[in-house]
Design a binder for this molecule. Structure first.
Ligand SMILES: [Zn+2]
Length: 255
């Protein structure tokens, strides 16, 4: 990736919070080493270990690299500022979730954590950097449209679980540029009107609780979790609803 004024600014700001070095790789490489195939379609992924922060970018989307790099580093800055983290309640998971579902639980946990940070991540991308975000949002739009065009198979239970994940994911579409927001939300509405409406209602709720500070994010995270569980309960979702119940939202270490 080419260093730019924006990428340097992001590096400098993160360096004030942690002295771990940043290591660059590709999403494909990270997907292999993490054995999470789905990662390879992401524009970027960030992983923090005890001694470094690894940022993975998609090699075929160079036009998104600058935005994605800043985006991933912002996630890390929020973490080090003490924004909430999603943990897995191991005791609950052990007794209430069958072992084959545990890998999906890990995915759900990291997606929930990202979604919770996105309002503040997008706000800072727009306000604190001088980024040209058009190609970035176009790429995100393509990715999200393909998400809705995939066949939604499975039994009724799996479909409800899928709807719940769409509600969670849908919360971030509100922060896209107006054109892309309109297009992705119309795909969402076409795929499930009830999930779409539920997402609209949830978004209105978290607008009230707020998402731009660690404490407001914590409150909003709890609202999101409760809303999604209720969506499942109303539709008699059984064991898959436990996936959400196994997620715990806690403030990060700085608080
Ligand atoms: Zn993100």
């Amino acid at each position: 990736m080419m260093e730019t004024e924006n990428s340097r600014l992001a590096r400098d700001r993160l360096a004030k919070l942690t002295d771990k070095p940043i290591v660059m790789t590709t999403v494909q490489h990270l997907a292999q080493t993490e054995v999470v195939k789905s990662l390879e379609n992401n524009l970027g992924v960030c992983k923090e270990t005890a001694d470094c922060i690894t940022v993975a970018l998609h090699p075929d989307r160079p036009e998104t690299h600058e935005n994605t790099f800043v985006h991933e580093l912002l996630h890390k800055m929020l973490k080090h500022e003490g924004f909430p983290e999603i943990r897995i309640d191991e005791v609950y998971a052990d007794t209430n979730i069958p072992a084959p579902l545990w890998p999906s639980l890990g995915n759900l946990r990291s997606r929930f954590g990202s979604v919770l940070q996105h309002p503040e991540v997008y706000r800072r991308m727009r306000q604190d950097y001088n980024l040209d975000m058009e190609h970035y949002f176009e790429s995100l739009l393509k990715q999200k449209v393909s998400r809705f065009s995939k066949k939604r198979g499975g039994n009724g239970q799996e479909l409800i679980f899928c709807n719940q994940q769409d509600i969670l994911d849908g919360l971030e579409y509100f922060y896209y540029d107006p054109d892309q927001r309109k297009q992705v939300q119309s795909c969402f509405r076409d795929s499930s009107e009830s999930a779409y409406n539920s997402c609209l209602q949830l978004h209105a709720e978290i607008e009230k609780t707020g998402t731009h500070t660690a404490h407001s994010c914590l409150r909003s995270g709890k609202v999101i979790r409760a809303h999604i569980i209720k969506f499942g309960e109303k539709r008699n979702l059984n064991v898959l609803n436990n996936m959400w119940k196994a997620l715990d939202i806690k403030l990060g270490e700085r608080n």
